[in-house]
Design a protein around this ligand. Sequence first.
Ligand SMILES: [Zn+2]
Length: 251
Amino acid sequence: MLNIEQKDFFTRMVGGKMTSDIKKKDHPKSIEPLYDKNLTCLYCEKKFTSKQVRTNRIKLLGQDSDYCPHYEGENPIFYEAFICPHCGFAFTQSFNELTPGKREIIEKNYIQKLKEIPNYCGHRTWKEAIRAFNLAALSSYLKGENEAITGHLFLRIAWIYRYVDEKEKEERFLKKALEFYHEAYLKGGSNTTNISEYQLLYLMGDIYTRLDHYQEASKIFSQLFSDPDVPPKIRSRAIDTWNQYKENQQK
Ligand SMILES: [Zn+2]
C-alpha cells in the first residue's frame, strides 16, 4: 500500500492516468478539501472563483441548539460569503440580483468607501471569514435583502467567535442577529429565504436564552409550545433548548 505522500506524488507524476485507473473515492485523502467555485459578481458582473469545501470531506461532529455546526477539518461556514476581488462587493448565494436604485446606494456607501479590495478567494482564516461576513452583512443591509438574511450573516459571525471562545464578541453579534430576526419576524417571516416564521421565532428564543434574557425567552418558548402549527422538529428542538436553559439556570 502507498502512504498518502506517496499517493500524492504518484498522482502528480501520472496525472490523469491515475484517476482513470483508480476511482477517486478510493483515495479521498489525496483530494484537496477545497475547490474553486465559479462566480459572477452581482455588482461589477466580472467573473472570479472562491474556495468552497468539498462536502465529502466534511465530518460533522455536532450541532449547537442554534444550528451552529462543529466540523473536523475545514469549516464550510468560513466560505459562505463571496468577496469579488475586482470591486470588493460581498454577497452570498441567498442574495437577489441588484436593482439599479440599489446599485447606486452600494456604489456610494460601500464600493467608494472600501479602503482596499481584500482578496478572500483562497483559504480563509477565521478572522478573514469574519471580515467577509461583516462585508456581506453590510451589503445585505444596503441592498435591502430580507432582514433574516442579514440576521443569518451576523449569527455566523457569532458562531465563529464561539469557535474561538470569544464570548463577549459572540454575544455582541448574537444581539445584532436578534435585532434583524426580530424585524424579519415582525414583517411576517420571509418566503424568499427558506426560513419559516417558526424557525425565526425559535432562533430568537434560543438567542434570548444565550443572552440570559429570561422573560423574553420564556414568552417565545411558551408561544412555540402552545401553537399547534409549530412543526414537530422545531417543537422538539424548542423543548430541548428550554429544558437545557432551565437546567443551567438551576446550577
Ligand atoms: Zn465585482
